[in-house]
Design a protein around this ligand. Structure first.
Ligand SMILES: CC/C=C\C/C=C\C/C=C\C=C\CC(=O)SCCNC(=O)CCNC(=O)[C@H](O)C(C)(C)COP(=O)(O)OP(=O)(O)OC[C@H]1O[C@@H](n2cnc3c(N)ncnc32)[C@H](O)[C@@H]1OP(=O)(O)O
Length: 289
């Protein structure tokens, strides 16, 4: 409830967390975890996730992300968004494991509702979305990229991308799976989902998880040049085409949002699943020491 109230305040009444300023003709607004810079005549916004250390999608981060997208969607001068990260070497570590571990069912349900909401908004956006993947992009990070119309990834073998849920002992929800199948085809998705494959940039390009791999210092310029090409297409025909391609996938979640929340909540609350998440979190800690 508190988050919903914050969201209304941010969206409609200016904001306490957010601020808007003019910089050399460009506009920017920023929440704590999302920075948006828009460039006047081109109608393009650059949206940067900045939730250090790894841009995990905490409830607050999801909410700010969704609000920022909603603002851009409502701004008729904006036609395209480049989605990228401000955290060095990380695009996004995906859903925040601490939102799914050691909490109560009401929290899991609230969290999942917000995950669904961000996904629906991103996946069905009328704007052109291009991701500039400048770092690691596992699970929910990959999901963000898959929602985009075009993916450019930095050519750094340290960065990997993919839906690795099975490595955590959890299962990618059906709508993650559907989008993966839509992107890389059934056979590749079947294999990658079972193995929890995290692809190197070269592998991701080969299988079709990303559309282009470029030297790290060219990710942003390439994303911009791709955007220019897409901006040349009339919005109405591109939007109708995008809707035609994506509607069935989005509708299958829309039709069963509540059931999906219940499934997630009961699945994630299981002792065995909580144990798997605990072990995975421990593994992440040990990696350091
Ligand atoms: C029947 C089915 C019904 C319904 C469906 C049910 C379930 C589906 C459920 C969920 C789907 C989830 C999708 C997800 O997105 S799960 C998240 C998956 N993410 C990962 O596996 C990434 C894990 N992280 C990493 O691999 C690495 O951290 C890295 C490559 C992103 C970055 O490596 P670094 O070496 O740079 O940094 P670290 O030292 O590893 O991490 C720093 C710090 O951050 C913490 N952290 C990392 N990732 C996460 C995360 N996703 N959430 C929360 N916290 C994270 C890490 O533990 C470190 O913390 P400390 O500094 O040690 O405190």
């Amino acid at each position: 409830m508190a988050l919903a109230a914050a969201r209304r305040l941010l969206l409609h009444a200016g904001s306490r967390l957010g601020r808007r300023e003019a910089v050399d003709g460009a506009r920017r607004f920023a929440n704590k975890r999302v920075l948006v810079e828009t460039e006047g005549p081109a109608g393009v916004a650059v949206m940067k996730l900045r939730n250090p250390p790894v841009n995990s999608l905490s409830l607050e981060c999801l909410t700010e992300f969704t609000i920022s997208l909603e603002k851009l969607e409502n701004d008729k001068s904006i036609r395209g968004v480049i989605l990228t990260s401000e955290c060095p070497g990380i695009f996004s570590a995906g859903l925040d494991l601490l939102e799914m571990y050691g909490r109560n069912p009401a929290h899991y349900a609230e969290y999942w509702k917000n995950v669904q909401e961000l996904w629906l908004r991103l996946y069905t956006s009328n704007m052109i979305l291009v991701s500039a993947i400048n770092g690691a992009s596992p699970a929910g990070g990959c999901l963000l990229a898959l929602c985009c119309d075009y993916r450019v990834m930095a050519d750094n073998p340290k960065y990997t991308i993919g839906l690795n849920e099975s490595l955590l002992g959890i299962v990618a929800p059906f709508w993650f799976k559907d989008m993966y199948v839509n992107t890389i085809g059934h056979r590749e998705a079947e294999r990658a989902l079972q193995l929890g494959t995290l692809f190197s940039p070269a592998e991701a390009l080969k299988v079709g998880v990303v559309d282009e791999v470029v030297p790290e210092d060219q990710v942003h310029s390439k994303a911009r040049s791709v955007m220019t090409k897409w901006l040349a297409i009339p919005d109405h025909s591109r939007q109708l085409t995008k809707n035609m391609m994506r509607k069935a996938t989005a509708d299958s979640l829309i039709k069963q949002r509540e059931a999906d929340i219940q499934n997630f909540t009961s699945f994630i609350s299981k002792d065995s699943i909580q144990k798997s998440l605990h072990m995975y979190l421990e593994k992440l800690k040990q990696k350091k020491g």
